[in-house]
Design a protein around this ligand. Structure first.
Ligand SMILES: [Zn+2]
Ligand SMILES: [Zn+2]
Length: 257
């Protein structure tokens, strides 16, 4: 046996032993319900079947799923009335009772390993967007909340997605210009007011953003106010285009005002 193949063989053996030891200490748990599963970073079959994955047809701009196929390039009523600041938004699944717990434990608890699985799903749902993307950037988190939460879940998803899709990631393309109160519980109008001027492109990164198509990453798309504020800031910095890819998306009956 040649030296190199011996080394490969030994590395594989060590990896097997290492993995076995790790599994013995920490058996893999379902990302959503915590039930024991066969593979790490996976869902049990019951949780998998309950997730509401978003598939075509959907709004060409915001990605809102349609009941019926309205043809290629069709827009939802909200996007027709007021085109979003970003070009296209896509999400893996609907935000709902089944996905809430999984996303919250990723946000607040210690299932950061879930980012590996989430990024793989996002790479699939956002294939078209990734093809056109020059760089990937996460929605920023103010440092005070970063300390409280310990990490920026959007940055973690962006980094894993960059690895999965072989695209450069710029974690500091955007920054919060000032602290915002939590968006949770605020209506669309208050969210917009809360965010106005709160997000800016990083001046030190302006040259690298100029002329680039940026793919913005976040965990959940709610009203779209946050990603719109990000898209505005990126365009102001000279980005050629801005698409949005999230793990989850709130889908509710549209209210026209
Ligand atoms: Zn489960
Ligand atoms: Zn739309």
């Amino acid at each position: 046996m040649e030296a190199s193949s011996t080394l490969t063989f030994m590395t594989a053996a060590v990896r097997r032993v290492g993995r076995g030891t790790l599994d013995l200490i920490l058996p893999p748990r379902c990302l959503a319900c915590g039930e024991q599963v066969a593979d790490p970073q996976a869902l049990c079959s019951s949780c998998w079947s309950k997730l509401d994955f978003i598939t075509a047809p959907f709004c060409a701009a915001c990605g809102l799923p349609f009941e019926h196929d309205a043809g290629a390039g069709a827009l939802c009523a909200a996007c027709l009335a007021r085109p979003p600041r970003y070009d296209r938004a896509r999400a893996v699944f609907r935000y709902g009772d089944e996905s809430r717990g999984m996303i919250l434990s990723f946000k607040h608890a210690d299932r950061t390993d879930a980012a590996i699985a989430f990024a793989a799903w996002m790479a699939r749902a956002g294939r078209e967007l990734l093809q056109d993307a020059d760089l990937i950037a996460p929605v920023p988190l103010h440092y005070r909340r970063l300390v409280w939460r310990r990490y920026n879940q959007a940055a973690l998803l962006a980094l894993r997605l960059g690895q999965a899709a072989d695209r450069p990631v710029m974690v500091d393309a955007l920054k919060r210009a000032r602290a915002t109160v939590s968006q949770a519980g605020l209506g669309a109008r208050d969210r917009k007011r809360n965010l106005a001027g709160a997000i800016a492109a990083n001046a030190a990164r302006a040259a690298a953003i100029k002329g680039k198509r940026v793919l913005l990453i976040d965990d959940v798309l709610t009203t779209g106010a946050t990603v719109s504020a990000c898209a505005r800031a990126l365009r102001k910095a000279g980005a050629a285009g801005v698409d949005v890819l999230t793990l989850s998306r709130v889908v509710r009956a549209q209210v026209l005002d």
